[in-house]
Design a protein around this ligand. Structure first.
Ligand code: GDP
Length: 200
């Protein structure tokens, strides 16, 4: 299948970008990944690409400032956006990345879809809503990926799913279908690969 073939190709770190001027040429389709810090974004990107440490866990705010570009084969970029929602990040830092994020989301013609990662235990938080509002205004279609589903029981998961669906209904740019994943168990990874392949 196409998802498997796409991700059987080599994944290469291209560069970390701190300003719009640093973006690589918009010469292929790209999808981006956004989420609160610690949501499991690095782990998910590593699971998708089948690498152990392509995307580094972003446990320090300093590392969250770069937009990281990965080439997945010759026809696709995977774009790892800075993690957000650090309670104690200094305001100038937050403002700087919000500006870059806004510029990136509204100014990248090859961006096909944003994947907004939501922790299956926590649901949609205020900072997630802010990103979703940004995606609405940039008219970037986004799809939610629930992470760490192995950490919740079915009943709790269903409750969170309801909360996420309710939140999404308020966002015109939201794609309604949710993707449930566990990078730990490998659940949903093939589905996500196939969805991405369908966008290339
Ligand atoms: P990031 O800050 O969003 O890049 O988050 P990380 O990828 O560094 O993950 C944060 C923590 O969650 C790490 O301790 C991971 O091992 C853990 N984690 C990530 N994905 C999963 C998952 O699917 N299941 C479980 N149980 N833990 C996960």
């Amino acid at each position: 299948d196409r998802g498997r073939l796409l991700f059987a190709q080599e994944s290469i770190f291209v560069k970390g970008v701190v300003a719009m001027s640093g973006l690589p040429p918009a010469d292929r389709i790209e999808v981006c990944f956004a989420g609160r810090s610690n949501v499991g974004k690095s782990t998910l990107i590593n699971a998708l690409t089948g690498t152990k440490a392509l995307a580094r866990a972003s446990n320090t705010p300093g590392r969250t400032q770069e937009i990281n570009y990965f080439a997945q084969g010759p026809d696709l970029y995977l774009v790892d956006l800075p993690g957000y929602g650090y309670a104690n990040a200094p305001l100038p830092v937050v403002e700087k990345w919000q500006k870059l994020l806004k510029q990136y989301l509204s100014g990248r013609p090859t961006l096909r879809r944003a994947f907004v990662l939501i922790d299956a235990r926590h649901g949609v938080k205020k900072v997630d809503e802010e990103i979703m509002a940004l995606l609405d205004s940039a008219a970037v279609t986004f799809q939610c990926v629930l992470t760490k589903t192995d950490k919740v029981k079915a009943a709790e998961r269903d409750k969170v799913l309801g909360q996420v669906r309710g939140a999404l209904s308020k966002h015109p740019a939201a794609y309604p279908e949710l993707i449930l994943t566990s990078s730990e168990k490998g659940d949903g990874i093939a589905t996500l690969r196939a969805i991405i392949a369908g966008l290339v």
